[in-house]
Design a protein around this ligand. Sequence first.
Ligand SMILES: NC(=O)c1ccc[n+]([C@@H]2O[C@H](COP(=O)([O-])OP(=O)(O)OC[C@H]3O[C@@H](n4cnc5c(N)ncnc54)[C@H](OP(=O)(O)O)[C@@H]3O)[C@@H](O)[C@H]2O)c1
Length: 334
Amino acid sequence: MQNTQLVISQFSDSIREATEIIERPIPKLEDHEVLIQNKFIGINALYDRELYRGRVPYIDVKFPYVFGVETVGVVVEIGKNVKSVKTGQALSTVKVGTAYQEYQIITEAEVIKIPEATPEYLTLNPTGVSAYLALNNTAELKDGETIVVSAASGGLGHIVVQLSKRKNCHVVAICGNPKKVELLKSLNACDRIINYREEDIAKVLSEEYPNKIDVGFDSVGTYMFDAFLANLAPLGRLVVSGLATELTAPKFEQINRSRVYESIYWKGASVRCFMNHLFREQQQKGREYLFDLYRKGALQVKVDPSSFEGIASIVNASEYLLAGKSCGKVVVKM
Ligand SMILES: NC(=O)c1ccc[n+]([C@@H]2O[C@H](COP(=O)([O-])OP(=O)(O)OC[C@H]3O[C@@H](n4cnc5c(N)ncnc54)[C@H](OP(=O)(O)O)[C@@H]3O)[C@@H](O)[C@H]2O)c1
């Protein structure tokens, strides 16, 4: 049986130039392995871009390199020693260098069972789990604090604002167009929504939240990071969850000013970076928490309504996310 894959075949700034679609035979299963037919694939365009530029320090990209991180799919074949799953079982998979293909093989030890292979479960794991881990382990968000979230209507952001509201926090959500504002309103989780194309972030935060941000949750970087940093509360935590503006620029912006501790030392505040794969042991707890909330109808999961279908559309989906057009999690249907 053949497997269609989107692979990185050279380094480039452009996903179109860096990638190609190839077909390879699916190897015979080892006794402890499971073959999955991918049904939906999650798009991580910003991370991918660093990969096809050859800039992820812990990944050695050897061409042709299958990329993509997360899928949901169903088991189509199992190795002869596999006991915990049967064919037809819906699974979620999360592993760098595995997702952008029709089929994939995982070991039984990697199996994550889900009730159904839907875009919503794909959003909960791993994006929702990242939101959970970043808030609990990195931000150490406490009941009733004030949190400011950038890219708040995105795949990660819309879960972050809802989990924050569940802790009775004052939630300030930042996004970039009216459609995103509407998505945020529909979550019933935001106390203040700022469309940065209509209001100046630095001005709003310094006027409405001077030294009041307990947690800044930033996925954007540059000007957003600066505005959050300037308004941290005593003991405030600024979480660097992503660097969208830096990663879409040709190189990191070089700035000339005093070191970061100047603005945080006297407040006892901190800047912390979140990296999801470093919290492997806590992921299962996050999944259980989120799946339970979702089943009970206590968490809304927003999937971008654009219809991307098939391996070839991964490139379009990626460019769409990088253009800042998406609302909710971007997925490709297989
Ligand atoms: N550290 C980790 O372990 C980890 C794990 C998961 C995700 N992340 C990061 O979290 C962020 C959100 O990821 P996601 O997959 O859920 O994406 P997303 O939020 O659904 O989409 C990206 C959003 O970022 C905002 N953005 C601002 N400047 C941008 C730029 N120059 N290029 C592209 N987007 C820009 C846009 O929203 P607005 O127009 O509303 O600003 C855009 O819609 C990303 O930065 C990602 O790298 C990090």
